[in-house]
Design a protein around this ligand. Structure first.
Ligand SMILES: Cc1cc2nc3c(=O)[nH]c(=O)nc-3n(C[C@H](O)[C@H](O)[C@H](O)COP(=O)(O)OP(=O)(O)OC[C@H]3O[C@@H](n4cnc5c(N)ncnc54)[C@H](O)[C@@H]3O)c2cc1C
Length: 288
């Protein structure tokens, strides 16, 4: 189908974008890479009268290290994440996750900020951000607020973004040196969303787990942390039994919906398997 007619705006500065967003209110939508928004417009699930393209805002681009965190502009594309030497060296989980998103076309245009703001539980960055303990800078007329990823996703397509706010920056604390990581994703074919996926960051202290974060994709109405599974591992050695127990606890936390990718039992079982694989790989990559 063809989208309904709209007016197209190309602000050159962030204040200009925020002013346009406030001027047009509910009738306006921000356009980032367009790979979620345009399909919805073509299906007429979204019918904005005004599109505000963030593509010319240089201040929303780039990846840099500031103090003990990595700061990524919301308009940074998936490929820019993948190609970043800084991320490859200091935060490879995000690179491993981005490499599994869709296909090359989507990764050239799709942005980190768009993937997060869309609030789709099938998107991969929400779980990656939860595992990485990220926070988000939301900017509006009254200035900036910084909110943790944990709590940002409220339900399907609903986030803490208020009308008039733009997600401008993603902040990720540098994972501790020697941390193991993995994003294990099951998808039916290239270009499909996850049937089930698990992100893990794991830090060992000698033979026992010092810190672990586990987050899952497309297994409930939002990406979520499997806190029961995390708790079961903390302070203990990692072995097959411990991983199997954590995978069972992650499965208990799932509440998927049946669709073409599988029924509830299958998706839940795959959540367990992805958690098992992600933990085993993260452990093999961790310094211990
Ligand atoms: C065939 C196909 C397969 C895909 N598979 C996957 C997959 O496996 N995993 C995955 O994670 N994603 C997948 N996607 C989605 C893709 O990653 C999108 O690019 C992403 O969801 C949205 O990012 P975008 O930059 O394209 O945003 P847009 O589509 O431009 O915007 C999405 C929504 O977010 C809002 N928005 C955008 N940027 C901001 C901002 N900075 N602040 C506030 N609101 C903002 C927009 O107004 C809109 O409502 C797939 C898409 C397609 C077409």
């Amino acid at each position: 189908m063809i989208p309904r007619p709209f007016e197209y705006h190309v602000p050159r500065t962030l204040p200009e974008a925020i002013a346009l967003l406030n001027e047009h209110g509910d009738a306006a939508k921000l356009l980032a890479g367009g790979h979620s928004l345009l399909p919805m417009m073509k299906l007429r699930f979204a019918e904005p009268g005004h599109l505000i393209d963030l593509g010319k805002l240089a201040e929303l681009k780039g990846i840099r290290e500031v103090g003990n965190e990595i700061r990524i502009g919301a308009m940074t594309t998936e490929n820019e994440l993948i190609w970043s030497e800084l991320l490859q060296t200091k935060c490879p989980l995000i690179v491993e996750g981005a490499r599994q998103i869709s296909d090359p076309q989507v990764r050239y245009r799709g942005t980190l900020g768009g993937d997060i703001s869309h609030g789709d539980p099938g998107n991969d960055h929400p779980a990656l951000m939860l595992a990485l303990d990220a926070s988000f800078v939301l900017t509006g007329e009254r200035g900036e607020r910084v909110v943790p990823a944990d709590g940002f996703f409220l339900s399907t397509y609903l986030t803490m973004l208020e009308p008039g706010e733009i997600l401008t920056e993603i902040r990720i604390p540098l994972p501790a040196t020697g941390s193991g990581y993995c994003y294990a994703k099951l998808k039916r074919k290239t270009g499909d969303f996850a049937t089930a996926a698990t992100a893990v960051i794991l830090r060992m202290s000698g033979a026992t787990v010092a810190d672990v974060r586990i987050a899952l994709t497309n297994l409930a109405d939002i990406a979520f942390r499997a806190t029961g599974a995390e708790q079961s591992l903390l302070g203990k050695p990692i072995d097959e039994q411990a991983i199997a127990q954590a995978a069972r606890l992650a499965m208990d936390a799932c509440d998927p919906v049946a669709d073409l990718r599988g029924d509830i039992e299958y998706k839940t079982a795959m959540a367990g398997e992805m958690t098992r694989r992600a933990l085993a790989t993260a452990f093999s990559r961790a310094v211990h």
